[in-house]
Design a protein around this ligand. Structure first.
Ligand code: ADP
Ligand SMILES: O=c1ccn([C@@H]2O[C@H](COP(=O)(O)O)[C@@H](O)[C@H]2O)c(=O)[nH]1
Length: 203
């Protein structure tokens, strides 16, 4: 089976998941999706308080060996049992989810263009570009409402690790992108271009 692997990167709160969902809704298929977030390392040996202090915006925070193994398996038309991450406890859950192979594979995550082993497997690289102030406002709302965080913990994490790692890894990785998309999944012109390209290659 011919496969096309589409990478969707961008800072936290930039609109990656929204763009990925748009692609899922609009591509025939449907595509397979691998979320890099689900491959955060398991940290059973740490307490919640210790896990709160981990730098989750560093490349080492992920089990990239497993991620690359799963991406290669999907590319070779083999299904994978993807881990499922639980952000409310800062740890991997005991659940897995079956991801079936498909001609179009979407890969999403903040650091996928910063990890050469992942980057080289991607056929189309999309970077969702959104101003830092907008992303921060979205992050505060999401982390408090959906991820069970306090305002203080969001502020500490953002200033302590999220912002510096964004500047060190995420922003420079934009140079590896094929297309930089302002307004993410709401950018109709960019979406049409990407969908046409997918249609041409695997349609
Ligand atoms: N282009 C956009 N315009 C306005 N709001 C958006 C846009 N893209 C995403 N959002 C909203 O911003 C929040 C974060 O988007 P999300 O796609 O989850 O970001 P990410 O996956 O990059 O963290 C969500 O509430 C989403 O509805
Ligand atoms: O245990 C964890 C693991 C990750 N995070 C944060 O999540 C974001 C990435 O998710 P987005 O959906 O792209 O925002 C990353 O910036 C980590 O800081 C976490 O808080 N806890």
């Amino acid at each position: 089976m011919e496969t096309l692997i589409v990478g969707v990167a961008g800072g936290t709160g930039s609109g990656k998941t929204t763009l990925t969902q748009e692609l899922l809704d609009k591509c025939a298929g449907p595509p397979s999706v691998l979320f890099h977030d689900n491959y955060y390392r398991r940290r059973d040996e740490l307490t919640y308080e210790e896990r709160e202090k981990v730098n989750y915006d560093d490349l080492d925070a992920f089990d990239n060996d497993l991620f690359v193994e799963h991406l290669r398996a999907l590319r070779s038309s083999r299904p994978v049992e993807s881990p499922v991450y639980d952000f409310s406890i800062h740890n991997r859950s005991d659940r897995t989810t079956l991801v079936e192979p498909s001609p179009v594979i979407i890969v999403e995550g903040i650091l996928i263009f910063a990890e050469p082993r992942i980057c080289e497997l991607l056929d189309i690289k999309l970077f969702v570009d959104t101003d830092a102030d907008v992303r921060l406002l979205r992050r505060i709302k999401r982390d408090v409402v959906e991820r069970g965080r306090t305002l203080q913990s969001v502020e500490d994490q953002y200033l302590g690790t999220v912002k510096p790692m964004h500047e060190l890894y995420v922003e420079p990785s934009k140079r590896n992108a094929d297309i930089i998309i302002p307004d993410g999944g709401h950018n109709i012109v960019a979406m049409d271009m990407v969908l046409n390209r997918i249609q041409r290659d695997v349609g």
